[in-house]
Design a protein around this ligand. Structure first.
Ligand SMILES: Cc1cc2nc3c(=O)[nH]c(=O)nc-3n(C[C@H](O)[C@H](O)[C@H](O)COP(=O)(O)OP(=O)(O)OC[C@H]3O[C@@H](n4cnc5c(N)ncnc54)[C@H](O)[C@@H]3O)c2cc1C
Length: 429
């Protein structure tokens, strides 16, 4: 197992960070001012995107891109440090066409779309001309269990008709959002197994019957691209807007999550690195009770704990990326458990590291004068988006139990007798 990035990935990392320092950081204040003024996306974004495309810093995330599709074809392990670098500026990923939820949606379309669907939806997304959203969660059911979903799709002649309500749909308020990938329950699902009752439908964002009810703020933070509540009232689309097979929606939703989680986690780690750096500099500069904060033992402990936890989390995420890159050679259940583990670890990490940094900063840490408050808010949201912590713990625990269960009663079991339990092998003589 080798986590060293390839020479191409190292070169791209160098160019990406130089690009961010040279072109993005100087625009950061303007970006926030434009968004605050309701001018979203800011007018300079397209110029920055064009420049990134020209410099080959584009679609850095998808290993399976075809020859005629723009991008770098980096494996997950090689892409991970680039996602970490982008994470430091929350709006940076879009400049390189690496933003969620489009990355996951692109991946989904790449794997399951028909040639006609690819031409209509995938190509503009790969070119960065449009945005998209993934609509699964619903206000009326516990959406951490997707088998609960109630938004229905029924087949009527050569049309699909959708009805229901979705919420917290990220990206749906973006002025260029053209596509909603909607996970629905099949109207004829009765009798099918709980994992074969759902389908995915490609819905044009401007289809009659689609309405954005509101853009929901998250901990009072208003995201310009939106986390939207969406009403689908008898939305009628041609039957060829079905993505994949009828009833395969649940399996496709699972497939969508792996690499996207690595991306999220690495961006989180980028934010944690920045929070730690800011906290460290502040601790060196700020003096209280006659000495710099950096000389207080508790501050040193916070900084050390943050460093250790960030490095632990990074290794875990890189391992997950490496596992994903092994494809069919990896144990699918292990990959699933590992991907669940990193999502949990990264979200908790962000809250702890950023919380310590805010404490070191004092009141300023809660103000808009540092990125810490926004990072903390995002960390809290991460503990729910893409599934709550408890569901990820359940996945990890089930994998662990399945492994132990598989060994029970045969020679693979570690403890076969009470005697062994009392005297573990490494202690016996
Ligand atoms: C900022 C943000 C962006 C989001 N973006 C999107 C998006 O783009 N598209 C989309 O479809 N959804 C999105 N979501 C929704 C998110 O995926 C859901 O909130 C999440 O899956 C949990 O579903 P729920 O809110 O219905 O909670 P529920 O399912 O009602 O769960 C509530 C609580 O029950 C507990 N719980 C649930 N299951 C278990 C279990 N097995 N064991 C123990 N405890 C359990 C947990 O504590 C959980 O927090 C977003 C959410 C946020 C906050």
């Amino acid at each position: 197992m080798d986590f060293a990035p390839s020479s191409l990935a190292r070169e791209l990392h160098e160019r990406l960070t130089a690009f961010m320092d040279r072109y993005l950081l100087p625009y950061n204040a303007a970006w926030h001012a434009a968004v605050a003024a309701g001018d979203y996306p800011p007018p300079f974004l397209d110029d920055l995107k064009a420049l990134a495309l020209e410099e080959g810093l584009w679609n850095l995330f998808l290993p399976t891109l075809r020859e005629d599709e723009p991008g770098t074809r980096l494996c997950n392990l090689d892409y991970a440090p680039l996602a970490e670098a982008m994470g430091r500026l929350p709006w940076a990923a879009e400049v390189f066409n690496c933003q969620a939820p489009d990355t996951g949606n692109i991946e989904l379309l790449h794997r399951f779309a028909t040639p006609a669907q690819r031409a209509r939806w995938l190509q503009p997304l790969l070119q960065g001309q449009t945005r998209s959203a993934f609509a699964m969660s619903e206000p009326d059911v516990a959406s951490s269990d997707p088998t609960n979903l109630q938004t229905t799709v029924r087949r009527e002649g050569d049309a699909l008709v959708l009805s229901g309500r979705k919420w917290f749909i990220t990206g749906a308020a973006h002025p260029r959002c053209r596509l909603l990938i909607v996970l629905c329950r099949n109207a004829d699902a009765d009798g099918a197994s709980s994992h074969a009752r759902h389908s995915m439908v490609l819905v044009p964002a401007d289809a009659p019957g689609v309405s954005i009810v509101r853009n929901i703020s998250v901990l009072h933070h208003h995201a310009p691209e939106g986390h939207c509540e969406i009403l689908l009232q008898g939305v009628r689309v041609p039957a060829d807007h079905l993505l994949g097979d009828w009833g395969a929606g649940f399996a496709m939703a699972q497939a969508r999550l792996g690499p996207g989680r690595v991306h999220h986690c690495m961006r989180t780690i980028g934010q944690c690195e920045l929070a730690l750096r800011l906290a460290t500099e502040r601790a060196l500069e700020r003096t209280a009770f006659g000495k710099p904060l950096a000389e207080q033992a508790n501050v040193q402990e916070w900084l050390a704990e943050s460093r250790i936890e960030i490095d632990q989390a990074r290794l875990l995420v890189l391992h997950a990326a490496w596992l994903l890159d092994q494809g069919d050679a990896a144990d699918a259940r292990q990959v699933r458990a590992q991907v669940a583990a990193i999502k949990l670890v990264a979200a908790r990490l962000q809250q702890r590291v950023v919380d310590r940094a805010m404490q070191i900063f004092g009141a300023m840490g809660l103000s808009p004068d540092t990125p810490l408050a926004a990072f903390w808010t995002w960390g809290r949201a991460l503990r729910l988006m893409d599934g709550p912590d408890e569901v990820h713990l359940r996945t990890v625990a089930r994998h662990e139990l399945a492994r132990a269960r598989a060994g029970l009663g045969d020679s693979g079991a570690w403890f076969t007798t009470p005697e062994q339990m009392r005297a573990p092998p490494h202690l016996s003589t």
